[in-house]
Design a protein around this ligand. Structure first.
Ligand SMILES: Nc1ncnc2c1ncn2[C@@H]1O[C@H](COP(=O)(O)OP(=O)(O)OP(=O)(O)O)[C@@H](O)[C@H]1O
Length: 332
């Protein structure tokens, strides 16, 4: 049985109808009119224990709604949801014992307490045994390089240090799953990469299942093995990053520095998308021509000074997927 199972999950919200004219607004003070807002519809997701899954989509796509259903905060309007065999909204306490949550924009830490005391507080809250507590504090202080700021109150910590502290606290009780919402938002390059490395290490060491929502595609590429994508409340892709690139990328880019200007390639499969003196950027679709054949065509009869291959860019690939879906919806 999968660790997370969502079958045909829908969530609708009832919202007050806003009126354009003041007479209608006045009337609505006495008679309230509602309309239904569909946040997610017919979502089917199955995630095994230990998977590293990126859950992505544009603003308002339904990501937070899905996470709130999985954490038991929201009850779905229809459909079946189970996390580790339990219905989250019917077993909120048990569900909470098994999960950790980290929101990049919100903190679970107490402003005036240093981490030494914060850990003690969470130890009591989760009733963590002394041995497990000591071993986890030692592990996270080391992996997240927290030693230097353990005794300083939270309010004196940098954004990156606070994020590391939030992660350690969320993981103190050894949750089976961690929900990460924008865990690297606002962090510098070094801090981002430290967090990403840590999440992978955690998954490897403890087998923790990770469900990550983010708008940072580097988070996805460096942490996740699988991407689930939603748009307008519906699932539009579920697979590996490789599969996504194969299906939706424009192709590989070959950046070639020829020895001379005005080289002509005479092959429609080699699409020159930009030229700067003797440098040409050539787009190839690997369904039409292999990289090896493309290089052989380019180098035959031409002197080459340098050649780089650029892999399909994930952000552009995702943009194309959304564009395709938008077109399909308009045509339907
Ligand atoms: N409590 C609520 N009441 C009414 N509508 C809601 C409520 N919560 C979410 N929605 C609507 O449901 C849709 C999905 O929202 P959700 O917050 O799940 O999106 P999201 O993918 O997490 O977006 P973002 O990336 O901006 O955080 C949006 O149109 C939102 O306005």
């Amino acid at each position: 049985m999968a660790y997370i199972e969502m079958e045909n999950i829908c969530k609708e919200f009832k919202v007050y109808k806003r009126n354009s004219s003041w007479t209608k607004t006045l009337k609505s003070l006495f008679i309230r009119e509602f309309e239904t807002k569909v946040a997610i519809q017919n979502i089917n997701i199955s995630i095994d224990k230990g998977e590293l899954v990126g859950y992505i989509g544009p603003n308002g796509a339904g990501k937070s709604t899905t996470i709130k259903i999985l954490t038991g905060i929201l009850t779905p309007t229809s459909g079946i949801v189970r996390v580790d065999g339990r219905v989250p909204h019917e077993n909120r306490v048990k569900n909470a014992e098994k999960m950790g949550v980290v929101f990049g924009q919100r903190s679970q830490l107490y402003w005036d307490l240093p981490m030494t005391e914060t850990f003690q507080l969470y130890k009591k809250m989760y009733r963590i045994e002394e041995r497990q507590f000591k071993s986890n504090v030692n592990l996270y202080v080391e992996l997240l390089e927290m030693k230097e700021f353990m005794n300083r109150p939270i309010r004196q910590l940098s954004l990156g240090q606070k994020m590391r502290a939030n992660l350690a606290v969320a993981l103190l009780h050894d949750p089976e799953i961690i929900y990460l919402d924008e865990p690297t938002i606002g962090l510098d390059v070094v801090a981002k990469s430290r967090i990403r490395r840590f999440v992978r290490e955690l998954n490897k060491e403890k087998g923790t299942t990770v469900l990550l929502t983010t708008h940072d595609m580097d988070d996805i590429e460096q942490i996740c093995n699988r991407i689930i994508m939603i748009d307008h409340g519906q699932k539009i892709f579920d697979g590996s990053i490789g599969e996504l690139k194969d299906l939706y990328s424009e192709g590989y880019m070959l950046i070639v520095d020829f020895a001379e200007d005005n080289v002509s390639l005479n092959d429609s499969r080699l699409r020159v998308i930009s030229e700067e003196g003797p440098r040409k950027t050539i787009l190839i679709n690997t369904n039409e021509i292999t990289i090896a054949e493309a290089i052989s065509k380019i180098t035959t009869g031409n002197s080459i000074v340098d050649l780089h291959i650029k892999e399909p860019n994930i952000e552009r690939t995702i943009e194309r997927l959304y564009e395709n879906k938008e077109r399909e919806t308009v045509q339907a």
